[in-house]
Design a protein around this ligand. Structure first.
Ligand code: IMP
Ligand code: MG
Length: 202
């Protein structure tokens, strides 16, 4: 379906010595993995890459709620030309750091994607189960074409053979929060992406 992802930036695990963020509930702490500045620079590049591939087309960005909200808004702001948005919501993770492996639609799109150039905008590609499910749903609705943009990619955890056309950063197999990503609905509002350590492990 899609061509190879374009040069995502590789990110290594943060060093222990890095200054930890203030402790959260139950001794949880977060170490910054990708700063807000790096996020913004890469998102700007991604917006340009996408627009370069489709210079004259209206682009329909479909964000996967809730994790992709900040990524979609920043990507959308940096994109020239005609752009529209819609949102879909799925439930794939429970309240913890492990996927249930099951995906279910909890909120559908507002409008039809038939004949549109759709860019699915997702926060993170982990096992791939969520995107595999969504791509199946979208393909049945006859868009002109579908591309996938993810901010983060954890390739080590992949189960489903899903490919992202645009990847912001490839990251190690760690549980990350911030910039839309949550742990039990918390940390989404952090402006940077960080690795969450649960207090009991430290
Ligand atoms: P997948 O279906 O396993 O690819 O997981 C995709 C979804 O799981 C993402 O949209 C996130 O909501 C969630 N997820 C996966 N990894 C993380 C993580 O490290 N932190 C927070 N959420 C995650
Ligand atoms: Mg998500």
């Amino acid at each position: 379906m899609a061509k190879k992802a374009k040069s995502p930036k590789k990110v290594k695990s943060p060093k222990k010595a890095q200054k930890p963020q203030p402790k959260g509930k139950g001794g949880e702490s977060v170490r910054i993995l990708i700063s807000r500045g790096r996020l913004q620079r890469r998102i700007t590049e991604m917006a340009r890459e996408i627009r370069k591939d489709f210079p004259d087309e209206p682009l329909h960005l479909v964000g996967v709620l809730k994790g992709a909200v900040f990524f979609l808004t920043d990507l959308g702001k940096q994109m020239s030309g005609e752009v529209s948005f819609d949102f879909i919501a799925v439930a794939s993770y429970g309240l913890g750091t492990h996927s249930s492996g099951q995906v279910r639609l909890t909120r559908d799109l507002d409008s039809s994607i038939e004949g549109k150039t759709v860019i699915v905008v997702e926060d993170i590609l982990d096992t791939g189960m969520t995107l595999q499910y969504l791509l199946r749903v979208f393909e049945q609705r006859k868009p002109k074409r579908i591309r996938v943009a993810v901010l983060l990619d954890k390739p080590e955890r992949r189960i489903a053979a899903v490919h992202a056309d645009y990847v912001g950063f490839t990251i190690p197999n760690e549980f990350v929060v911030g910039f839309g990503l949550d742990y039990a609905e918390r940390y989404r509002n952090m402006p940077d992406v960080g690795v969450l350590s649960l207090g009991r492990k430290d």
